[in-house]
Design a protein around this ligand. Sequence first.
Ligand SMILES: [Zn+2]
Length: 384
Amino acid sequence: MHFKEIVGQSQLKSRLIQTVKEGRISHAQLFVGKSGFGPLPLAIAYVQFIACKNKQETDSCGACPSCLKFNKLVHPDLHFSFPVSTTGGVKTKPVSDDFINDWRALNLEKPYFDLEEWHKTIGIEQKQSIISVHESQAIIKKLKLKAFESEFKFLLIWKPETLNPQASNKLLKLIEEPIGKTIIILIAEDEEALLRTITSRTQMIRVPPVEFSELKKYLAKKGGIDEERAQQIAALSEGDVLQAEEKLHSSEDAEVYFNLFVTWMRACYEANIEKMHAWVEQVSERKFGRERQKQFLEYALEVMREGMIRNYAGSTLKRFDGPEGNFLQKFAPFVHENNVFGIMEILNDAHYHVSRNAYAKILFMDMSMKFANLLRVKKRTFVG
Ligand SMILES: [Zn+2]
């Protein structure tokens, strides 16, 4: 990990680089900040810089023997501890090393991630994870070995909030009486959740939100979006790269869903089998995926509900402004008391069946036929 790969944080980067240049690297540090501010990639870039044999002015070289190993996170003096749990493959006393390949792969693929994503990666969405006393024992064993190639041994502990009390006490000892030349960096989101005895013995580095202009630049480049859009998303993301990425993706999806919905309704209203078929092919494609099929159906339910409400009560949800609002204005009259219940039921049923691995092509074609009928049902005219 290089400093240049981290979004923003220029002040903090120079401060960290300065500690190395002046040879005053504290042996126990606590990086505190939300995952989306980048404390973990910063800590990795920092230790890579410390170990680099050919330091550049503002970053590690990326090409010396040390950097080559750091680039793959396989340097023998680089150790990680992070919360884990038992899984199908690891039945008892799980420790970080059991999951180190997943850990490296995730970090290399996506330097910004949170605990939820980590759980997903190792398949424990439904479980709690902790750093256990077995882990502390494993750490101590590793740190007792001499540094192999670097002047220092590095231990990065991610989410020390999940240390259980026994493990915390063992760690505390390690911080008080370090073994050899060791640099320990705790990477936490919530320092309140740590033992006071630990926080008081570490040098705290606060990782602030990413600067607005830097986040905007990052979004424009990564998402391939124009400046105005990047500005909007950055403004709502509180300097948090993860939040910004999520907003970027959900706004991309919303546009896809909206276009799909419009095409679908047109095909159904025209009862045009050829168009329906083409549409069904599009949503049934493997790369579209079951998760998005479900989200699309939820979106469709929301649009139908909103259409119905506009029709009768005229109230509107703010999120359906812009092109969606214009479409809804024209579409609303087609959703009324004589067909809305049928429409909702079909969408809900489809959602249920998609979740249970129904065959998408048949399901969506079937729905399209039913909608072709329902959209032609006339709104009742009241004869008094
Ligand atoms: Zn280097």
